[in-house]
Write a protein that binds this ligand. Structure first.
Ligand code: PAF
Length: 305
């Protein structure tokens, strides 16, 4: 079936209501386009739950001044071909005016969770994310929305948003898809030139070092962060942060215990890359989903698929 292209909120809402009226779950996969295997894995997960609409919108509000809004890759035709192959039923690709009508002034802000990590380095970023995602949820009325766990802080911020506003959408956080050497897939990997591609894997290595330390019994967060930081500094051009934080509130810890997030962000060349590992730290250390209630399996069970 050809993938339908929708450009207005009214069209997206009509389609969503018609799917639901015929007993199908509506699944939204929000993206900014330039789709890679990581995005397609979200679509495949979505097809396990219902009919999938992929939004493609490069959201100006979530880019800080001087960031790559203008140069962010826009490839609607190539994206459409890939989505057709995978089986997404529709693309919602609105204009900037459709999402931000002239004269609009409404913002949706999640406090606290938006403040640390990327929030400290990208002014206004999460305000842009939470505002646009609220508009997408209200506009497309999905039963389920799927996000990649690579953006772990974004996932937690959106989890808080949905709970606080009691929005009737169930969130799935899907595992990070990696290249063979461990580099997390990202549209910004396109910016890496020559030897930068090899150095980009430093983020995953720094997080892996943190995990090794935890596995060998180290619990002192300052020690773990110091080691991760020195690895990151050796490979990246400009590290923004590499930290260990508690899940789900992203508070700081002195000693690592329970569910924790190792998270890193750094520039390699002009690419700002992020990565993370979510671990359960007890007597043993194991990789776990960000939130157990928001895996694909948990959401499938709630939606009687
Ligand atoms: O993760 C992204 O691609 C964006 O932040 C999102 C969720 C599509 C909002 O613009």
């Amino acid at each position: 079936m050809p993938t339908r292209l929708l450009t207005t909120v009214e069209e997206a809402r009509d389609l969503s209501r018609s799917w639901r009226a015929s007993g199908r779950n509506v699944v939204l996969v929000p993206t900014m386009g330039d789709l890679h295997e990581g995005h397609l894995s979200l679509v495949r997960a979505g097809l396990d739950v219902g009919d999938v609409v992929v939004s493609i919108f490069v959201n100006p509000m979530q880019f800080a001044p001087g960031e790559d809004f203008e140069s962010y890759p826009r490839r609607l035709e190539a994206d459409r071909a890939r989505l057709e192959e995978v089986g997404a039923a529709a693309i919602f690709a609105p204009s900037v005016e459709e999402i931000y009508p002239p004269g609009e002034t409404t913002r949706v802000e999640v406090r606290q969770l938006s403040a640390p990590l990327c929030g400290q380095h990208r002014e206004g970023h999460f305000l842009g994310v939470t505002t646009v995602c609220t508009k997408l949820f209200v506009g497309c009325e999905p039963d389920v929305a799927i996000f990649g766990q690579k953006d772990a802080q974004q996932c937690l911020v959106l989890w808080r948003l949905v709970r606080d506003l009691r929005l009737p959408v169930d969130l799935v956080f899907s595992p990070t898809i990696r290249e063979k050497d461990g580099l997390a897939m990202s549209s910004r990997n396109r910016y890496l030139e020559g030897e930068q591609r090899d150095r980009a894997v430093t983020l995953a290595r720094a997080l892996g070092r943190g995990r090794q330390l935890l596995e060998s019994g180290e619990r002192d967060v300052a020690t773990i962060e110091r080691e991760m930081r020195s690895l990151l500094a050796a490979g990246a051009d400009r590290p923004d942060y590499v930290e260990l934080r508690r899940v789900p509130d992203l508070e700081r810890l002195d000693l690592a215990e329970g569910r924790v997030l190792l998270a890193a962000a750094a520039y390699v060349g002009r690419a700002r890359l992020i990565d993370n590992l979510c671990l359960e730290v007890g007597e043993a250390v194991r990789e776990v989903p960000l939130l157990d209630a928001h895996t694909l399996q948990a959401v499938r069970a709630r939606h009687a698929v």
